[in-house]
Design a protein around this ligand. Sequence first.
Ligand code: E4P
Length: 229
Amino acid sequence: MKYFLDTADIKAIARLYELYPISGVTTNPTIISNENRDYLEILRDIRNVIGDESMLHVQTLSTNAETMIKEAEFLKEVIGGNLYIKIPVIPEGIKAIKILKSKGMKITATAIFTPQQALMAAVAGAHYVAPYVNRIDNISCDGFNVVKEIVLLLNNYNLDTKVLAASFKNVQQIHNVALVGGHSITANPDLIDDLLKHPLTDWSVDKFIHDWEKIYGDKKMIMYNLHKK
Ligand code: E4P
């Protein structure tokens, strides 16, 4: 499983990169707009925090292939590093994916709602396909099942493309995707924190400390005796 942060919040990115095994950051035009400042500055700030090796996924805005390719080349030049260009799976997007692939660019096919969209994008050359789990769930369909079928199709056709499941609103959705072999997920920082939360974990940690302190006192931690020797 690879974990990505679906955010442009620089402080949150820095905090979670320090704590967790994070493989990259994903953005989309909505996420960038929410920051309400110069978008290139935002992307450069993210790159500075995560470094050149970490994956940064940035979306194009155009709806025609020619301009998508220009946007992709511009982003590659100004942001650089391990950059993935997110392209929506509209017909012009599939055309852009084919051309960008032939130019050696890394591509994430996005705005995926059906297994056939993912398969077409994968055959066109996308490195990642991003199904929107919660947006699928919200129209009374099953986002988890869409991911399951995408994984099956990629395996059936022996494609190297990986699933980057997106649009999560709760831990159970992420768990379901992990159970069916979704290769990676992207979620907002709060939801990534939620993956670790359990009241009994906190209770257990508090009890360990309480029991220890009853005998050894509040200043005598594990290292104390080592220092005495
Ligand atoms: C990521 O690639 C998607 O753009 C994003 O996860 C969409 O999430 P949302 O449905 O919460 O907006």
